[in-house]
Design a protein around this ligand. Structure first.
Ligand SMILES: NC(=O)c1ccc[n+]([C@@H]2O[C@H](COP(=O)([O-])OP(=O)(O)OC[C@H]3O[C@@H](n4cnc5c(N)ncnc54)[C@H](OP(=O)(O)O)[C@@H]3O)[C@@H](O)[C@H]2O)c1
Length: 229
């Protein structure tokens, strides 16, 4: 039986974040989660009344700040902070990506992670404890056509996270994580029908949750990948 830990996850309404919520709660962890979809947040809160879910857009800095203040005062700083929320552009060559969509992907995937780090990491540093995992991708270490904006953000996550790791005390960690390839709405957006050959989030999350709970400060700054199924 693992010791209960305080876990903050962004992007819990669906996909990997949603599956991790179920798995972590099954393992006895305490969860704080956010995403924008209010209905999904309401139903998560009804299903898990002892945990804390909020409709927060990670690109809204003042809302993220208020949410973080609430988290720290109600349950304390996170032991594990998972920056999972992200967006992908609809497949298109870079020169055909609508500028608003380009900006949106940058704002969610890079500025959103910065906003959450900025709001929560000082409370973790005060305790000199905690692990920050920023979700990267295979496309944070390689590239593919038609997803250039998304690739750019995930390469940015790799760099930003490794730089953050170099700033933290040795008792903490910041880790860029490639979760693997999993059948979610995001994968469907870029692969279409081919996404069906990949595991579902519920299949992925059992090994992934254990892997995340086993991360150690000594792994800080290492680009890691979740176990393959
Ligand atoms: N699936 C894969 O194969 C794969 C591969 C490599 C990397 N990843 C990474 O793994 C993570 C999860 O991906 P996924 O496949 O689970 O994606 P997904 O199914 O599209 O889910 C994305 C989650 O992020 C939330 N989100 C999006 N914009 C947000 C915002 N502005 N504020 C707060 N929450 C927001 C969404 O909820 P709302 O819409 O309700 O806000 C949703 O809960 C991402 O970082 C992704 O880049 C996934």
């Amino acid at each position: 039986m693992r010791k209960p830990r305080q876990i903050v996850i962004t992007g819990v309404s669906k996909g990997l974040g949603r599956a991790l919520v179920d798995q972590f709660i099954h393992l006895g962890m305490n969860i704080v989660g956010c995403s924008r979809n209010e209905n999904a947040i309401r139903s998560l809160q009804e299903q898990y009344p002892d945990h804390h879910f909020a409709a927060v857009d990670v690109t809204d800095r003042s809302h993220v700040d208020r949410w973080a203040t609430q988290i720290v005062s109600q349950v304390g700083p996170p032991d594990l902070l998972l920056n999972n929320a992200a967006a992908i552009n609809a497949n298109a060559p870079l020169w055909e990506v609508p500028p608003d969509e380009f900006e949106h992907v940058m704002r969610v995937n890079i500025t959103g992670v910065f906003n959450v780090v900025r709001a929560l990491v000082p409370s973790m540093i005060e305790r000199q404890q905690g692990i920050i995992v920023n979700f990267s991708s295979t496309w944070g270490r390689s590239v593919a056509p038609e997803v250039a904006p998304y690739c750019a953000t995930k390469w940015a996550i790799e760099g930003m996270t490794r730089a953050l790791a170099s700033e933290l005390p040795n008792s903490m960690a910041a880790i860029p994580l490639n979760p693997g390839v999993i059948q979610t709405d995001m994968l469907d957006s870029c692969l279409g029908d081919a996404s069906r050959m990949y595991p579902k989030p519920q299949e992925w999350s059992a090994a992934a949750a254990e892997f995340l709970l086993d991360l150690q400060p000594s792994q800080s700054g290492e680009p890691l990948s979740a176990p393959r199924l």
